[in-house]
Design a protein around this ligand. Structure first.
Ligand code: ADP
Length: 583
């Protein structure tokens, strides 16, 4: 199917596209394919990777044992040609957006559990055979490593393929409980079937796992945009194979039922431990509860700013509005260049030079779009009844109007194909595909995120923006900044778009990332999340107190996972057996 223009639907595949988006998906795939120069796949140039310190004979014996436990059809050795596929047909064998050689970040095999008990059995097998395992939910963590294991040659546990049920939707308490393979697309459709007036919160594209995104602390754009903060309760297989439930789930319900308050109260009694199971390698999450947002009125809007140097004023206008919670959602501040990228047209449509897309050309190019000659764009949404939305909007408008030349737009002021209509959907809980249009910027395009956190203060935001801009210029990449405002801080997401067929570009993208991580850390800025290959570097920037945080994580890791089998090195946390200095 990857070669044809067909796209799997939700009816045929758990990770497929809902019918309502089928035609859009086909044309999106068609546009991406038309820019592709790389072959569908190539014969492997290197021998298939084995788990570290494992001979071929030991690996074969371990795989035979695993097949005996789970059945032949649920274990696949990764020795066939690698296929990057397309967003809706992503691989589980490697990072589809490879930033190293395609064959570098690959697994040795993939295993498909069907139940929590299967996951426990796999973990026990990994301990017995000393094989590193790497869990994924959907493996669509694109830009941060996709489905690739942190340690090449690990066995990927693909949880999503057979564990993809929405286990409960509670219409009264507005919550749900899901398995790892439930995508935003699927959760949305399941809720629609119930007819309940509930919203989900989704990231820019809806194909990721609700559970996987939350434990990687991803964000969305409604008032429930902090996904980890809006989870409630988890079920976790520990590296020993033991099972744990967090929150109220630790208290057995009546007659063997799940606890009725599991999805209602996050902390239960004693230490609140959920946080240590996010961005870590301490356990495999098999179930997770989430709060859903009661449906409400909503109004999205866009404000444009003419000057590059309005940046400081915009940030200082946002801060009090965000702190006082007048801004309804997690709004985004973007640079004008993104207005070009989200049209879905290639870069060459506007500029054919090498190096960073020059500011003058950005201004000149956007001046031909309906938004006119602008430098920054702010996308926000307000919620509630008509009267409260209207009073919130008039205050927001008057505050931003203090920036000369700013312009306020409602979706109805803009053409039907303008990107704002996709924001309206995302900001009211409807998962979309539109953001993929960015990937038409270059042939064989892939992307990589640089994601530092800055206080919502002009001085800090300027410092980090200048570092990022200077280094994009130095390494010859277009700069796509998106600042997601959470209140006191903003997630600054710089999306580095590169051509997978261009080795020089890939190497420059790595150089850019490495230098940005160090330069940002020198000024006191750190990333909230990173691509697997930069995890060690980023974790080492959190070095206060002689690396106290890293040491604490290692103590937990060694206590929970003495054989070091679970995702060694994930988020820079290495088990004792892999650490350079085995104290
Ligand atoms: P997505 O939600 O975008 O499809 P993934 O399934 O790739 O994302 O998950 C993102 C990362 O989070 C994975 O690389 C893995 O390290 C971790 N992860 C995902 N699901 C689980 C899980 N159920 N238990 C433990 N870690 C997980």
């Amino acid at each position: 199917m990857e070669n044809s223009l067909d796209v799997p639907t939700l009816a045929s595949k758990y990770s497929g596209i809902p019918d309502r988006l089928y035609n859009e998906a086909v044309s999106s795939k068609e546009r991406t394919q038309s820019l592709k120069t790389l072959p569908h796949s190539r014969p492997r140039g290197h021998p298939a990777k084995l788990p570290l310190d494992t001979s071929q004979d030991d690996f074969d014996a371990a795989i035979t044992a695993l097949r005996k436990i789970l059945g032949d059809d649920r274990v696949e050795v990764n020795d066939k040609p690698l296929v990057d596929g397309w967003y809706m047909e992503h691989p589980n064998t490697h990072d589809a957006y490879h930033i190293l050689d395609q064959e570098e970040m690959v697994c040795s095999a993939v295993v498909y559990p069907s139940s929590t008990m299967d996951v426990q059995a796999i973990v026990k097998w990994a301990n017995e055979f000393h094989i590193p395992v790497y869990p994924i939910s959907m493996g669509r963590n694109l830009g941060y490593g996709g489905a690739a294991p942190n340690l090449p040659g690990s066995v990927v546990i693909d949880l999503g393929r057979n564990m993809n049920k929405v286990l409960r939707i509670d219409g009264d308490n507005a919550s749900c409980m899901v398995e790892p393979g439930v995508s935003y697309f699927k959760l949305y459709e399941e809720i629609q079937k119930t007819g309940l007036p509930l919203w989900i919160d989704c990231p820019d594209v809806g194909g990721g796992s609700v559970l996987g995104n939350a434990i990687d602390r991803g964000v969305g754009y409604t008032p429930y945009g902090d996904h980890f903060a809006n989870h409630c309760g988890m079920e976790i297989v520990l590296p020993s194979g033991e099972l744990l439930r967090t929150g109220m789930g630790a208290l057995p319900g009546k007659d063997g039922e799940d606890n009725p308050t599991w999805e209602s109260f996050q902390h239960a009694f004693g230490p609140s431990i959920d946080g240590i199971f996010s961005q870590c390698n301490f356990g495999i999450v098999t179930k997770m509860g989430f709060w859903l947002m009661p449906a409400t009125g909503h109004q999205s809007y866009m404000i444009t700013f003419p000057r590059e140097d309005d940046f400081e004023k915009i940030v200082d206008t946002i801060r009090p509005l965000a702190l006082k919670r007048i801004l309804g959602n997690i709004p985004q501040l973007r640079h004008a260049i993104q207005e070009l990228a989200v049209t879905g047209k290639p870069r060459t449509e506007w500029y054919t030079g090498s190096g960073m897309f020059p500011r003058e050309v950005i201004r000149e190019s956007v001046s031909k779009l309906p938004v006119g000659e602008i430098s920054w764009v702010f996308y926000g949404t307000q919620y509630g009844d008509d009267a409260s939305i209207s009073s919130q909007l008039s205050f927001i408008k008057s505050e931003f109007a203090k920036i000369p030349g700013s312009k306020f737009y409602l979706p109805s002021d803009l053409p039907k194909d303008h990107y704002i209509h996709s924001r309206v959907e995302v900001c009211s809980g409807v998962p979309v595909l539109r953001e993929l249009d960015w990937l038409n910027w270059k042939p064989n395009a892939a992307h990589l995120f640089f994601s530092p956190i800055t206080p919502t203060k002009s001085k800090d935001a300027r410092t980090i923006h200048d570092i990022i801009e200077r280094l994009h210029q130095k390494w010859g990449f277009d700069l796509f900044p998106t600042l997601c405002v959470a209140g006191r801080e903003m997630h600054y997401i710089a999306n580095i778009v590169y051509d997978r067929a261009d080795e020089d570009e890939k190497s420059r993208a790595r150089g850019l990332m490495t230098e940005m991580i160090d330069a940002a850390a020198k000024e006191g800025f750190g990333e909230y999340r990173t691509h697997l290959i930069f995890a060690d570097q980023v974790s080492q920037t959190y070095s206060w107190g002689n690396g106290a945080l890293g040491k604490f994580n290692e103590i937990i890791k060694d206590a929970l996972d003495p054989n070091g089998i679970l995702a060694p090195g994930r988020n820079g946390i290495w088990p004792k057996k892999y650490r350079k200095t085995n104290e």
